[in-house]
Write a protein that binds this ligand. Structure first.
Ligand SMILES: Cc1cn([C@H]2C[C@H](O)[C@@H](COP(=O)(O)OP(=O)(O)O[C@H]3O[C@H](CO)[C@@H](O)[C@H](O)[C@H]3O)O2)c(=O)[nH]c1=O
Length: 349
């Protein structure tokens, strides 16, 4: 079972596993909130080793029933509320899905696997988490697997709580868990509330480009398909009870990144260089805005041999091309339920 398989990272994980492992039955359990779209999986929905089940991870009866129906050997848990700005507006939604939802899944897994003949033998619960649990770095240093947790937004606190729950189920019940904490992802099917797809769409539509504060915050960007490959490697080879950091060693200030996007878009859209950058608007900063995230992914590289495959500028160009060729997808995902929230976010600026 892959939870959140209709989301951004989840859909890339489902696609990779469905195509690479014809012998696995991949069940995508997703609540289809505003950020989950079956449009993201059109290319694999007919595959014989793929099933979709609409399910909310906080609904214990529904999750138990799925375990009875499919007798899952493994869970890859990606379902989460993920947008920091939204967590500031509606923190309880994040506590519900990320904390209660993770506890519900852990508990259903434990109960079901304890009933099987082989108990926990050969089972695996993989929790996908974020580097934001570590808090904010100054100008120096990196997050390693030993860095202590210091979450500062409702989103990161809810993810940190979920990590602690996973660790508790491992120590208390012997649930065979593995966990990873990844840096910022970018690529196709990224919901256009997040920095990169939001900027691409706004540049295309000649809308202002809202840069929070002075644009000096730093993020470490990784191509989403490289994250999915890391999840594949950790799922199959990671040590039970361990955690792995995933990152690109690719740090950018927000303002430099937005300028790079403007440059790429000017050239793709046939605009004179410098045209799109005129849309940049500095807006009120995000409350509690973490200054810098930077991941040290040495453990994953040394122990399991993973490394990013794409250079950032190449990945960014691929991403821009995808958004320019998939305008219908953007229209689709930003209509309906999401429209209200989308407009509200704009009204704040
Ligand atoms: C949406 C938006 C964002 N920003 C800034 C805030 C951040 O410093 C940076 C990236 O913002 P976001 O795209 O919202 O991503 P960020 O807050 O870093 O969090 C992302 O990266 C995390 C991993 O580090 C994930 O766990 C989160 O789910 C994911 O949303 O850009 C702007 O300046 N303007 C904007 O309009």
């Amino acid at each position: 079972m892959v939870t959140g398989g209709a989301g951004f990272i989840g859909s890339h994980v489902v696609r990779l596993f469905v195509n690479k492992y014809p012998g696995y039955l991949i069940v995508n359990a997703d609540a289809l909130t505003y950020a989950g779209n079956l449009e993201n999986l059109k290319d694999v929905e007919q595959a014989s080793n793929y099933r979709f089940e609409r399910a909310d991870i906080t609904d214990a009866a529904r999750i138990d029933a799925l375990f009875e129906q499919y007798a899952f050997d493994a869970v890859i848990h990606l379902a989460a509320e993920s947008h920091v700005d939204r967590s500031i507006i509606d923190p309880l939604a994040f506590v519900k899905t990320n904390v209660l939802g993770t506890a519900t899944l852990l508990n259903s897994s434990r109960k079901y696997w304890a009933k099987t003949e082989s108990k926990m033998e050969g089972k695996r619960f993989y929790h996908v988490s974020t580097d934001e649990v570590y808090g904010s770095l100054g100008e120096e240093g990196f997050f390693t697997e030993e860095t202590s947790y210091d979450p500062r937004s409702p989103y990161s606190a809810s993810k940190a709580s979920s990590d602690h729950l996973v660790s508790a189920w491992y120590h208390t019940y012997g649930l065979p868990v593995v966990m990873s904490n990844c840096s910022n992802n970018y690529g196709s099917y990224h919901f256009p509330e997040k920095l990169i797809p939001l900027m691409i769409n706004n540049i295309k539509n000649n809308k202002s480009l809202p840069v929070y504060g002075k644009g000096e915050n730093v993020r470490d960007w990784l191509f989403v398909e490289d994250h999915a490959r890391a999840i594949d490697v950790i799922f199959h080879k990671g040590k039970t009870g361990d955690k792995y950091n995933i990152g690109g060693f690719n740090e950018w200030t927000n303002i430099d990144l937005v300028h790079l996007l403007c440059k790429i878009m000017d050239s793709k859209l046939g605009r004179a260089e410098g045209t799109s950058a005129k849309l940049i608007t500095y807006v009120t900063d995000r409350p509690g805005h973490d200054l810098r995230y930077a991941i040290d992914a040495t453990k994953l590289n040394k122990e399991l041999g993973w490394e990013p495959s794409l250079q950032f500028e190449e990945g960014l160009e691929k991403t821009v091309d995808w958004y320019l060729q998939n305008e219908d997808w953007v229209k689709h995902v930003t209509s309906g339920d999401y429209q209200h929230y989308y407009e509200e976010q704009y009204a704040r600026r």
